[in-house]
Design a protein around this ligand. Structure first.
Ligand SMILES: Cc1cc2nc3c(=O)[nH]c(=O)nc-3n(C[C@H](O)[C@H](O)[C@H](O)COP(=O)(O)OP(=O)(O)OC[C@H]3O[C@@H](n4cnc5c(N)ncnc54)[C@H](O)[C@@H]3O)c2cc1C
Length: 443
């Protein structure tokens, strides 16, 4: 029997609690508050782990939660989700997350579009309020090259039913009055996008998954994965060993480590990303789209509490697992946003939140089944668009597990695309049968 062990970075307590699936309380924005599912009707906290599970999902972020829901809803018995901390303890703890279908890669457009429909209907299925605000998404374009890139994107999006369009600076400023129309040449706008509350989505999915019979355990880190004769055999935790023949890795930025436990290479690199909140403003902001400057990645939108959320990718950020909030990125943010929306350059940044982008070499997700370890499934490496893709990816992984015809072929997103091995035929393939598929509309 093979046994590979994690190098001890887990933060779990080892108590193996069943998740508290009570009423979620914290609706918006305050970082560090209410990251758990909230107080309420806790189920037994010290029940022993089952000896056996049909499927073990590693990670209780939005991807793991969505997959648990979709599997359990489809009637799969013996679904066990193991989260080393509490639900949404990783990147899915972001206070507000953007949802959109404006991408360059047709796969992402289709995943984004299908997910938007699911976010909109979340109140009915699985049945929770995720505060979805369909404010639209507005990419600001600084020159003709950017405009040409987004014209291509809009054509691909329109062909797949996404109602995006290129608009002029004046029309963009009418949507977002902070903008200086002389500061950019055009914008790509889609009214269908917006934002929602990731922690509420995690809780909503987990509660529904539990209603369908899934077993959700928090504070229960997976520390090793055993294989026998090349097949999955068990996952190990400080609370005991669970025999299983299927593992789904949804460990976000920590996925490389979990993959390595089973001998599977998942090229996911952690990269800190930060956001800040103005707090309630004296002059409350108008309702504006999720507005981004494509070149600099500086972005802002309403925070739902009378202020604005501010964000940007700091090009100086080195990879690593650090998640402390710091302020040095606000300087380049202010410089960049000042060129497009001068009033925002002097906005206060009263508090903030830091999390990890789980990046891959081409900024596209890894979704599939390991080539050399059958039934090791993975959905990770979303490179900053994992929240918005979670509903459709939950469906896709359910169908991979059940051997059903999925709504799209995810072969081109296999992790093997980076080691020169075939990655599916790819009905949407724009890069042939294997190789990286760079997503251009990343922020
Ligand atoms: C600042 C910032 C802004 C973002 N903005 C957006 C946005 O606007 N729109 C969007 O779509 N996305 C956005 N993202 C990205 C998005 O948050 C992520 O892609 C998404 O949350 C990933 O979800 P996940 O479930 O894969 O990972 P996570 O939420 O990180 O969950 C992984 C879980 O696995 C657990 N885990 C790890 N190792 C183990 C183990 N050994 N055993 C058990 N459990 C384990 C972790 O504790 C964690 O809870 C943003 C991210 C950041 C940081």
């Amino acid at each position: 029997m093979e046994r590979r062990t994690a190098q001890g970075r887990s933060t779990g307590t080892g108590h193996g609690e069943s998740v508290n699936l009570g009423r979620a309380t914290d609706r918006r924005t305050a970082p560090g508050r209410g990251a758990g599912p909230g107080p309420g009707t806790a189920s037994a906290s010290s029940a022993p782990l089952p000896e056996r599970a049909e499927v073990v999902i590693v990670g209780g972020g939005v991807l793991g939660a969505s997959i648990a829901f979709h599997l359990a809803e489809a009637g799969v018995g013996g679904v066990l989700l193991l989260e080393r901390d509490r639900p949404a303890a990783g990147s899915s703890g972001k206070p507000i997350g953007g949802v959109r279908a404006q991408f360059s890669d047709p796969l992402n457009i289709r995943i984004g579009r299908r997910s938007l429909e699911a976010w909109r209907a979340f109140g009915e299925r699985p049945g929770a309020d995720i505060g979805f605000e369909s404010v639209g998404y507005l990419f600001l374009l600084g020159d003709a090259t950017e405009r040409a890139l987004f014209e291509e994107g809009v054509a691909a999006q329109n062909a797949l039913g996404v109602p995006s369009r290129i608009i002029g600076p004046a029309a963009a400023a009418a949507l977002c009055p902070y903008l200086d129309p002389d500061g950019f040449v055009a914008a790509a706008y889609c009214p269908a996008g917006g934002y929602a509350l990731p922690r509420e989505a995690v809780t909503g999915y987990l509660r529904a998954a539990a209603r369908y019979g899934a077993d959700i355990r928090t504070h229960c880190p997976v520390t090793a994965i055993d294989t026998r004769d090349g097949a999955l055999d068990a996952v190990r935790t400080p609370r005991g060993t669970v025999r299983t023949t299927t593992v789904v890795c949804c460990a976000g930025a920590w996925s490389a480590e979990v993959g390595a436990m089973a001998g599977v290479r998942l090229p996911v690199t952690p990269l800190r990303r930060q956001i800040a909140f103005t707090g309630p403003l004296d002059t409350p902001p108008p309702r504006i789209p999720f507005t981004l400057d494509f070149a600099s990645t500086a972005y802002f939108h309403n925070d739902g509490a009378g202020g604005l959320l501010l964000g940007m990718s700091d090009p100086r950020q080195e990879p690593g697992f650090g998640r402390e909030f710091s302020r040095e990125w606000l300087e380049p943010f202010r410089a960049a946003v000042g060129r497009r929306a001068p009033a925002l350059a002097t906005m206060p940044a009263r508090h903030g939140w830091a999390g990890l982008y789980e990046t891959t070499p081409d900024n596209n997700a890894l979704i599939g089944e390991a080539a050399d370890v059958p039934r090791f499934l993975y959905a990770t490496g979303f490179s900053g668009h994992g929240f918005l893709q979670a509903p459709a990816v939950g469906e896709l992984v359910r169908d991979l597990y059940l051997g059903r015809e999925p709504f799209l072929d995810v072969g081109p997103l296999a992790a093997t695309r980076f080691d020169g091995r075939p990655a599916g035929t790819g009905e949407e393939g724009n890069v042939g049968h294997h190789g990286a598929r760079p997503e251009a509309h990343v922020i």
